[in-house]
Design a protein around this ligand. Structure first.
Ligand SMILES: Cc1cc2nc3c(=O)[nH]c(=O)nc-3n(C[C@H](O)[C@H](O)[C@H](O)COP(=O)(O)O)c2cc1C
Length: 200
């Protein structure tokens, strides 16, 4: 698929064909592309939890959506045959930038204008999302409710240093319900792009 078309077709899809698993070679491509994402200082302070066994998928939803009434959203999302949870590791960046070639001799977080660890892991997540589209699949990036993160980490044995930045559901798309958020429409270019000086 042409890159322009991948970008144009990209959208979050929240319903999948439950009878069509993601082929192993496509699953591996999603991960391999994620690992090509840029990272500050080439730190690569990320980790990816890949879930495709029915019991693991069930566990994911039971720990992240516990307490919620199953609504249409959850029922449709549960049809995803693959979930990838990208996680960032801040300590890898603090260590990397304290190395001689970077020069911050301490691990003081006030050096950081923004959390590069989450940015880099987000870049990797976007590569997974776009690769899925390119391969004829669909995906959706979702957040984990903050109060469920500790339960998620215990359930899957995630080390303390890692923080899930969200999760990607992946599969072959099925008829979906349009997100009400889309009514907002894309913001006009003039409102968000400022050439030369910030105007407006
Ligand atoms: C950081 C982030 C968190 C998101 N969290 C959720 C979520 O929890 N549930 C959901 O259904 N969609 C979630 N989305 C998808 C957005 O709702 C979606 O990207 C937006 O409505 C625009 O739609 P589109 O991506 O299909 O163009 C999230 C997207 C991002 C980037």
């Amino acid at each position: 698929m042409e890159f322009d078309e991948v970008v144009r077709r990209r959208r979050m899809v929240r319903a999948y064909d439950p009878d069509r698993p993601v082929p192993a070679e496509i699953r591996d491509k999603l991960i391999n592309h994620a690992l090509r994402a840029p990272s500050a200082g080439f730190s690569q302070g990320w980790g990816f939890l890949v879930l495709e066994q029915p019991a693991d998928l069930e566990l994911y939803w039971s720990v992240t959506a516990a307490g919620e009434e199953p609504d249409g959203w959850l029922d449709r999302m549960r049809t995803a045959p693959l979930i990838i949870v990208p996680m960032s590791n801040k300590s890898v960046y603090l260590d990397r930038y304290a190395q001689a070639d970077k020069g911050w001799t301490d691990r003081d977080e006030s050096h950081w204008p923004v959390p590069y660890w989450d940015i880099d892991t987000g870049f990797a997540a976007l590569l997974i999302h776009l690769t899925a589209v390119d391969q004829g699949l669909a995906s959706c990036f979702i957040g984990l409710p903050a109060d469920r993160v500790p339960h998620f980490k215990v359930a899957f044995g995630v080390p303390d240093a890692f923080t899930p930045i969200g999760a990607l559901t992946v599969g072959y798309g099925a008829p979906d319900k349009r997100s009400p958020s889309l009514r907002r429409g894309h913001r006009p270019v003039d409102e968000v792009v400022h050439h030369g000086r910030w105007t407006g």
